[in-house]
Design a protein around this ligand. Structure first.
Ligand SMILES: Cc1cc2nc3c(=O)[nH]c(=O)nc-3n(C[C@H](O)[C@H](O)[C@H](O)COP(=O)(O)OP(=O)(O)OC[C@H]3O[C@@H](n4cnc5c(N)ncnc54)[C@H](O)[C@@H]3O)c2cc1C
Ligand code: FES
Ligand code: FES
Length: 491
């Protein structure tokens, strides 16, 4: 494939290019937020936190969806590197006004925000408007649950949320029709033409080299050539190193455009997911087959975060509080790795996670696929997250449990995987052994709860004291016991 040094996207209805040829004042990993704020006519977008927590920087990015039509996604522009919107349409709050809406020119979501008294300041409002706009384009008459999910990633410190929720509900009644609907065919054509001339991006400016390969072969080649490069998929972890710690990345390999890493196969068992599919995509794919994973993804970050964050990134981070990891342990998932010259290998997730933010990934390797077997109908899997807030918060303690009972109601198989209790995701193996081939009954669970507390030596930190973590971990086991009785009659 050919190479290009130019990031191209659609802005204000036209193709907009940034050439990284040494003359630009931006490094390639400049965030979309900072780039927009450098333009005279796009200052509606705001920086609140620069770490994905407030939503003041929300923009909408439209790209070609699986059905060939445009897919509108709200993203936190403070975490999006410019090359990540290559080939897509960037929509900002300035683009929402149009004369077709009458004298005010306000888009339905803006109009309802005004009439419902949903806005007091110019800081959070543009972000709310953009989340509401994505909701408007994607849903007709959405449920309250869908509206709340769409707005979880936006914080307001004054109006209270009810007027905003009301505005969203009243606005989204028009099957997504607006002035963007009229220009969609042209936008689709522009996106198709950018796709046709698709090239691997090789960007070099301000002392940084940034690679955006479009194929796995190209990604593996670059990965081998630059083993120390910073790898990114969704950047929801990596971008914070730049925005909050001022880290400079000399070489970046961005996997977000590698098509093979976006493939998935959900028709067969085991299910396979490309490492770069986003968590929101994953959530929508596993609702029926892996309900515990779906339940966990519902409380993962916010919609803006899930629209970017990937499963490969959650595994690659190997954070002791990474929410996908305990569940992947419970599902006995495997991770497929590729190397340009050494080929591929597959490891059980438990062998892949080796320590605090450490994995078995070798220099030159990439995580390419996650393989998740669908449990048999007699196995119950559930996950739990303890955090200080329900929404948009990382775990203090998390757990995922798998249980299979025999015909007598004795434990045939049990997995108790915990996050936030050790330097890495860890199973309570002594407690598992204690529970195995014993009756699954409350007396036994109470003994097992004591063992869970003894088995771990968690840290105290700003989120919780170590004793609180132990109590939470043992109580989650009791909760699981209570849930097994209720939820699955076969157990
Ligand atoms: C506001 C906010 C809320 C969050 N909420 C949660 C939450 O509720 N639960 C939770 O668990 N996490 C949460 N996170 C953390 C983060 O979103 C997740 O860890 C996410 O899954 C990371 O995925 P990513 O694609 O963005 O990773 P990136 O930032 O792109 O990468 C993360 C790491 O994985 C490596 N990596 C990525 N892809 C590959 C690959 N294919 N092969 C090898 N290595 C790879 C990278 O090199 C990097 O070290 C939150 C983050 C933010 C900013
Ligand atoms: S500035 Fe707060 S989420 Fe981006
Ligand atoms: S209206 Fe802006 S913070 Fe609430």
């Amino acid at each position: 494939m050919s190479r290009s040094d130019t990031v191209t996207f659609i802005l204000d209805g036209k193709l907009h290019s940034i050439r990284f040829d040494g003359s630009t004042a931006f490094k390639p990993s400049t965030t979309v937020l900072n780039y927009l704020r450098s333009l005279d006519n796009h200052k509606g977008v705001k920086e609140g936190c620069a770490e994905g927590d407030c939503g003041a920087c929300t923009v909408v990015v439209a790209s070609k969806g699986e059905n060939g039509r445009l897919n509108y996604e709200a993203l936190d522009s403070c975490l999006v590197f410019l090359p990540m919107i290559h080939g897509k349409q960037l929509i900002t709050v300035e683009n929402l006004k149009d004369t077709s809406y009458g004298p005010s020119g306000l888009h339905p979501v803006q109009d309802l925000m005004v009439t419902e008294n949903g806005s007091q300041c110019g800081y959070c409002t543009p972000g709310f408007i953009m989340s509401m706009f994505a909701l408007y384009k994607n849903y007709h008459n959405p449920s309250r649950e869908v509206i709340l999910d769409a707005l979880t990633g936006n914080l307001c410190r004054c109006t209270g949320y009810q007027p905003i929720v009301n505005a969203a509900q009243k606005a989204c009644q028009n099957h997504g029709k607006d002035h963007f609907s009229i220009t969609e065919p042209q936008v689709e054509e522009m996106i198709a033409s950018m796709e046709k001339s698709a090239a691997d991006l090789v960007l070099s400016a301000m002392g940084q080299q940034y690679f955006l390969p479009a194929s796995l072969d190209a990604a593996l080649e670059i990965r081998e050539r630059y083993p120390d490069a910073v790898l990114v998929s969704g950047a929801t972890d990596v971008a914070l190193r730049q925005t909050k710690k001022n880290e400079f990345f000399p070489v970046v390999v961005d996997l977000s455009a590698v098509r093979e890493l976006r493939h998935y196969a959900t028709e067969e068992n085991p299910l396979t997911f490309g490492a770069a599919i986003t968590l929101e995509q994953l959530k929508n794919l596993v609702r029926e087959t892996l309900p515990a994973l779906y339940d966990m993804l519902v409380v993962f970050g916010s919609l803006q975060i899930r629209n970017m964050a990937t499963l490969g990134g959650n595994i690659g981070s190997a954070s002791p509080i990474g929410d996908a990891l305990p569940l992947l342990f419970a599902y006995k998932a495997k991770v497929r790795l590729h190397h340009k010259t050494k080929g591929e290998r597959t490891l059980p997730i438990e062998e892949f996670i080796t320590g605090y933010r450490q994995t078995a990934l070798l220099p030159g390797e990439l995580i390419t696929q996650i393989i998740i077997p669908v449990p048999d109908k007699d196995t119950l899997i559930k996950s739990y997250k303890v955090s200080r807030r329900k929404d948009l918060d990382i775990s203090t303690v998390s757990a995922a449990f798998a249980l299979k009972l025999d015909k007598k109601g004795w434990t045939e198989e049990v997995i108790l995987a915990y996050g936030g209790m050790a330097a890495k995701t860890q199973r309570a193996t002594r407690t598992e052994t204690f529970l195995l081939w014993e009756p699954w009954e409350e007396k036994q669970i109470h003994k097992a709860m004591k063992l869970v507390e003894e088995e771990f030596t968690p840290l105290s930190d700003a989120r919780a004291h170590k004793e609180a973590r132990k109590i939470a971990a043992s109580n989650l086991l009791l909760k699981f016991y209570n849930d097994t009785g209720e939820k699955d009659s076969s157990l």
